[in-house]
Design a protein around this ligand. Structure first.
Ligand SMILES: Nc1ncnc2c1ncn2[C@@H]1O[C@H](COP(=O)(O)OP(=O)(O)OP(=O)(O)O)[C@@H](O)[C@H]1O
Length: 729
């Protein structure tokens, strides 16, 4: 196997890594005064006896309360609780610790939004013993003798990965995307992950955040297994993916307001949320930009807004996937300095990056080698020396030129490994046993409240996009007008001469095509363009069905309006039959119902396409294909009925039912048959076009049924874009 040349290999032999130096950041320009920690009245009877769990990362208790007096202790955010936890993740009246007649203690969830966790597992009501750890928001409680001790996760937590391995099925075998990755970072660290394209950086990020747990290996958060206790620990993790997780059309403050509504418990007041938003805006130096649209900010500022969003819930760990890609060197530095500040303020920050210019700001550097293994982990200042090259371009080129070299082995046998990674395996023994199943995390908001917030946010996004509003109005106006220019002799009514009107079905076909196009055009990009936002929000507790329903309601209303506009133009200019089937005096309105339902069903098809595709570019060809297929299968061009196979296939086409629904009013079967027969009375006729109330209902019903079927299908398609732990529901 060819060995890569290591130009400074001799130096490297003798090189002794320096003990890690604490990074001295430049003086902070602004430092937000930390919120005052609540000091409960009943506090202070130290020294407190130590709970066994304290050794597993709990540290010193922030509060100790004697249990000898009370039989019931209520925990919550409101000031009337026995133990007040001033944390927006906690409900006003969150949980109660109740003493049973036999002296044992039971913990009861009082209907909190974010739930309670006993030893990392969600529970509603459970006995709590001296070995148990109860978690409410960022606070953990343990029973020690006749005392209840509280420990607050203030962000200073250790974090480690242990032998993470990710494999996927590939060409009939297994492909390793991540191979035995281990490292450990101390609290308040900024860690950079670099590596050539395809070296598994994103895979590592997904494994570390629990989005796609590793097939083998563990991630420990302060000594606790993240995968087994994901329901509890997920709220301590912030993730800023590469794609935007905010609606850029909104102002910074509005975007954060909606995010806060979705992430904080339903019982938080607007003033509380606003206060927290002000805090994060100040911390990230965005307070002067709060009322600017996100699109009007620089790339670096936009990234800081995404970080601000994640900071709302005070995570202890923040992960970022290439936050500086596409930014100029100045902004790159600005973002990295912001991350440095976040780590110094007491969080651990891990950033995947392609940029190597600002690595010196980091405490640790993880270099991934092709094949998903660790080529280096240690201080950034020593990394180039370790590889024996002058520049990172040389190192990456060596990765490229010597793909079979055992880069991981080289690191494993180095003094750097001994110094910076050897303690990783020791930490595993401190991991708590994880006997319980991984459960789906609770939702911070009720379904209805999420739906309402999502609808309002969607309307706000639409209202800020004047171009979309103009196009949504223009499209049906133009399409309706196009159908109106088709010349006719007798409008849509039977001609007096022969009782026929052969152009009627063509007019309905064009109207149906217009409804299909405008309905699906509204929605076809909707889910794909928001996929990163959806994925992130889903991980923080967003309801899949509430999200989909918000889209259906808002887009449904737009489709309704568009179908109405098309019908108004198309039917207004035509002579119609004197009477409708159901709405006797309003035949045009009756026909419009069919067009509106078709527009709605097409909108659902658009959403289905949007949930299926991998990139937004693929939506356009599919949209055109959908519209043309619909036109062909309206039944107005060639005979579909009494054609086995073809007829049944056409049942799947919304336009088939749409044309039929409007055609029922006109008695299209007889005035405009697609098969010319002589004498006309003998048929055969398309029975779906018959002048019959029952058949009109059938046509309406079928469009509704297709829409419902599509809604279920979209739900399933959306699942594929969710973090694995959320796919169960
Ligand atoms: N489902 C899959 N099946 C087969 N190979 C996959 C699959 N998912 C990812 N890969 C491959 O695994 C490797 C690691 O991908 P990953 O996205 O983690 O790399 P990366 O270092 O983040 O790359 P980049 O810097 O380009 O974003 C890549 O070669 C990718 O093609």
């Amino acid at each position: 196997m060819p060995q890569p040349p290591f130009p400074h290999a001799a130096e490297q032999q003798q090189f002794q890594p320096q003990p890690p130096q604490a990074f001295q950041p430049p003086a902070q320009q602004q430092s937000f005064p930390p919120p005052q920690a609540f000091q409960p009245q009943q506090q202070a009877q130290p020294p407190a006896p130590q709970h066994p769990a304290a050794a597993g990362g709990l540290g010193n208790p922030t509060m100790v309360r004697s249990l000898s007096g009370g039989r019931t202790i209520r925990i919550g955010r409101a000031l009337d609780n026995d133990i007040v936890v001033s944390d927006l993740q906690v409900s006003r009246h969150h949980a109660e610790l109740r003493q049973l007649p036999d002296g044992r203690w039971e913990i009861v969830d009082l209907g909190s939004h974010n739930g309670i966790f006993l030893n990392g597992q969600p529970t509603r009501r459970q006995l709590m013993g001296p070995q148990d750890r109860l978690t409410v928001g960022h606070s953990s409680f343990v029973l020690v003798g006749d005392q209840l001790q509280e420990f607050v996760d203030n962000g200073a937590v250790t974090f480690s990965a242990h032998h993470l391995t990710v494999e996927v099925d590939f060409k009939g075998g297994k492909k390793t995307l991540l191979g035995d990755v281990s490292f450990s970072v101390p609290e308040k660290s900024l860690v950079a992950v670099i590596g050539p394209s395809g070296s598994g950086k994103s895979t590592l990020l997904r494994a570390l955040t629990g989005y796609r747990p590793a097939d083998r290996g563990d991630v420990l958060y302060d000594g606790r297994n993240l995968y087994r206790q994901f329901a509890e620990l997920r709220s301590r993790i912030g993730l800023v993916p590469q794609s935007e997780i905010l609606h850029k059309e909104l102002t910074v403050r509005t975007a954060l307001k909606y995010a806060a509504r979705l992430r904080f418990p339903g019982d938080t007041e607007a003033a509380e949320r606003d206060r927290r938003i002000d805090e994060v805006l100040y911390e990230l130096r965005l307070d002067k930009r709060a009322d600017n649209r996100i699109t009007a900010l620089s790339g670096g500022q936009q990234k800081r807004v995404s970080v601000a969003l994640e900071l709302l819930t005070k995570p202890s760990l923040i992960f970022l996937d290439e936050p500086t890609s596409g930014l100029d060197p100045g902004m790159d530095r600005e973002v990295m300095q912001t991350l440095r500040g976040l780590a110094d303020d007491g969080r651990t920050v891990l950033v995947v990056t392609h940029s190597v210019a600002e690595l010196a700001l980091c405490d640790r550097l993880l270099v991934m080698a092709p094949g998903g293994s660790v080529a280096y982990f240690g201080p950034p200042a020593e990394a180039l020396h370790f590889f024996g090259y002058e520049t990172w371009a040389d190192v990456f080129q060596a990765f490229e030129n010597y793909p079979d070299h055992d880069w991981a082995g080289r690191y494993r046998n180095s003094v750097h490994h001994q110094q910076y990674s050897a303690n990783v395996d020791a930490a595993v023994t401190q991991a708590q046993p994880n006997a319980l199943n991984q459960l789906r995390p609770p939702k911070p908001q009720s379904w209805g409240s999420q739906l309402w917030t999502l609808i309002r946010r969607y309307l706000a996004v639409i209202a800020s996009d004047k171009g979309f509003i103009a196009l949504s109005l223009l499209l049906p106006l133009v399409l309706g007008a196009v159908s109106a220019v088709i010349p006719d002799k007798c409008g849509l009514a039977p001609c007096a001469s022969n009782g026929r009107n052969d152009v009627a079905r063509l007019i309905l076909m064009v109207v149906a095509f217009s409804a299909c196009l405008s309905g699906s055009a509204n929605s076809v990009r909707e889910l794909i363009k928001e996929r990163a936002i959806y994925e992130r929000e889903r991980a923080t507790g967003l309801s899949r069905s509430a999200y989909l329903m918000s889209k259906i309601i808002v887009l449904g209303a737009i489709s309704f309006l568009q179908g109405g506009i098309i019908s108004a133009i198309a039917f207004k200019v035509r002579t119609l039959p004197a009477e409708g089937l159901l709405l006797k005096h309003l035949p045009a309105a009756e026909m419009a119902i069919g067009v509106i339902l078709l527009s709605f069903t097409s909108m659902m098809v658009g959403l289905a396409i949007s949930s299926l595709v991998k990139t937004a570019e693929k939506t356009m060809p599919l949209l055109v294909m959908f519209a043309i297929v619909q036109m062909v299968f309206t039944g107005a061009i060639f005979q579909l009925f009494d054609k086995p196979g073809l007829e049944q296939f056409a049942w799947l086409m919304p336009a088939r039912w749409g044309v039929s629904a409007s055609g029922n009013t006109l008695d299209l079967a007889h005035i405009s048959p697609v098969v010319i027969v002589k004498p006309p009375e003998t048929g055969p006729y398309d029975t779906l076009w018959n002048h019959s109330v029952g058949i009109m209902f059938l046509n309406w019903f079928m469009m509704i049924a297709i829409s419902v079927g599509l809604a279920f299908a979209i739900q399933r398609f959306q699942k594929r874009h969710e973090p694995e732990v959320m796919q169960k529901g």
